[in-house]
Design a protein around this ligand. Structure first.
Ligand SMILES: *Cc1c(COP(=O)(O)O)cnc(C)c1O
Length: 353
């Protein structure tokens, strides 16, 4: 007789960045260094206890309406979930059901291959070129779907809308997902392609630009037909994905556009001087349009810098695999003060080698 373990769905899970309990300078998971809008705090504290007794709104109507209004869409064009990870996982399940492989870059968000494995979706990765750029010709073949982050992670490189329109227009046979987790930090958004093509899904998150990683809010914009399919799958899995407190918090964040833009500007400004400081220390990096910099030092190994920085209480992200990126550090943008301390420590470490 076969053993029950033969019938288990075994997967190699995604490894999230460390969340240390001690106070450190945390530049390892691309969180926003600033708190969410004060309106978010007010909204959370005004959720009545009686609200928690009841199930939350399964349609997440208020949040969906706020997001729709923000982007100039109808509510039927919006799908919300527990972070964009939830939205992306549900999208893989809903749209990637072909026997043909799904395409995504070889160096990209490392959750894509995990979901593909989990859902048994065939996939093929497409190698970035020597400058870590996506070669659009790699995506020319008929396929089961395409998913690309813009800007890409962990490189931070952004492509213009025309780049994606070219790919989308060639693929009426599948759904193309653009993961815009970092788009607010200064690159072009593909949301307008949603108005033109019924097979494009743009996915966004509140975790980075809206400083709300702890709340877990993500959303997708797509044609009404696409969103309906996504919604049907969600309601076949878990009707109440988002809790009442988070729903209120999300609406409040969208309503405070002034605060949002002010903090975006601050992160971008810090990123730009950090680029300059890193260059002066002998680092090279692709030009980042996100809230992180993917950098390599001319002589000191990334694994060594990673360890030494950690000893000083500064956490950055280091990926030992694949080998092509094993000499890079992904450095999230913190406050000016945090980045100054980071640069100073880095200077000392390099000097001591
Ligand atoms: C952070 C990130 C996500 C997930 O964000 P959540 O909304 O926190 O789940 C998705 N895609 C990319 C490329 C990311 O960097």
């Amino acid at each position: 007789m076969t053993k029950w373990t033969n019938n288990v769905r075994t997967v190699v899970p995604y490894t999230p960045g460390e969340q240390p309990k001690t106070k450190v300078i945390k530049l390892n998971t691309n969180e926003n260094p600033y708190p969410p809008s004060p309106l978010v705090g007010k909204a959370i504290s005004s959720v009545a206890m009686d609200t928690l007794r009841k199930y939350p709104d399964p349609n997440c109507s208020n949040l969906t309406a706020a997001i729709a209004k923000y982007h100039g869409f109808d509510t039927e064009n919006v799908f919300v979930g527990v972070g964009s990870d939830d939205v992306l996982a549900m999208s893989f399940l809903t749209f990637f059901n072909s026997t043909q492989p799904v395409f995504f870059p070889d160096i990209t968000y490392s959750f894509y291959d995990v979901w593909a494995d989990l859902f048994r979706i065939p996939y093929e990765t497409k190698a970035l070129d020597s400058q870590f750029k996506i070669n659009p010709a790699d995506y020319d073949k008929e396929c089961g779907g395409i998913v690309i982050p813009n800007p890409n992670a962990p490189t931070g490189i952004a492509e213009p809308v025309s780049f994606f329109e070219d790919i989308i227009s060639k693929h009426p046979e599948c759904v193309v997902i653009i993961d815009e987790a970092y788009v607010d930090f200064g690159s072009q958004s593909c949301v307008d392609l949603v108005r033109k093509y019924d097979n494009v899904l743009v996915v966004r998150t509140f975790s980075k630009s809206r400083s709300m990683a702890g709340n877990r809010i993500g959303y997708a914009l797509g044609s009404k037909e696409l969103i309906k399919y996504l919604s049907d799958c969600k309601f076949s899995f878990n009707s109440y994905t988002m809790d009442a407190i988070t729903l209120a918090a999300g609406v409040a964040s969208i309503e405070d556009d002034e605060y949002f833009n002010e903090k975006l500007k601050a992160v971008i400004k810090t990123r730009e001087w950090t680029k300059q400081a890193l260059t002066e220390l002998g680092f090279t990096f692709p030009d980042s349009k996100s809230n992180f910099i993917f950098a390599k030092h001319e002589s000191v190994e990334a694994s060594y810098l990673f360890q030494e920085l950690k000893k000083k209480g500064i956490y950055v992200r280091y990926f030992s695999k694949p080998q092509r990126i094993s000499n890079y550090l992904r450095i999230s943008i913190g406050t000016d003060d945090e980045m100054q301390k980071f640069i100073n420590e880095l200077r000392e470490i390099i000097k001591g080698v």
